[in-house]
Design a protein around this ligand. Sequence first.
Ligand SMILES: [Zn+2]
Length: 57
Amino acid sequence: MSFEPRCPICRQAVVWEGNPHRPFCSERCRMVDLGVWMTEGYQVPGEAVDPDADDDG
Ligand SMILES: [Zn+2]
C-alpha cells in the first residue's frame, strides 16, 4: 500500500519529504490555494484609488 499525495491544485504528484509547500507541489500552487493570484490582480498599478484610503502616515 503506497501513499501518493497529489497536489490539490494541479493534480501532480507531490514530493512529500522535504517539500516545504506540501500538500502542494510548489509554492505557486500554494499561492493559488491562498487566493494570492486573485489579490495580485486586485492591485492594478495606475488604478485610481480613493486617496483617503491611502493612509501612509
Ligand atoms: Zn501543484
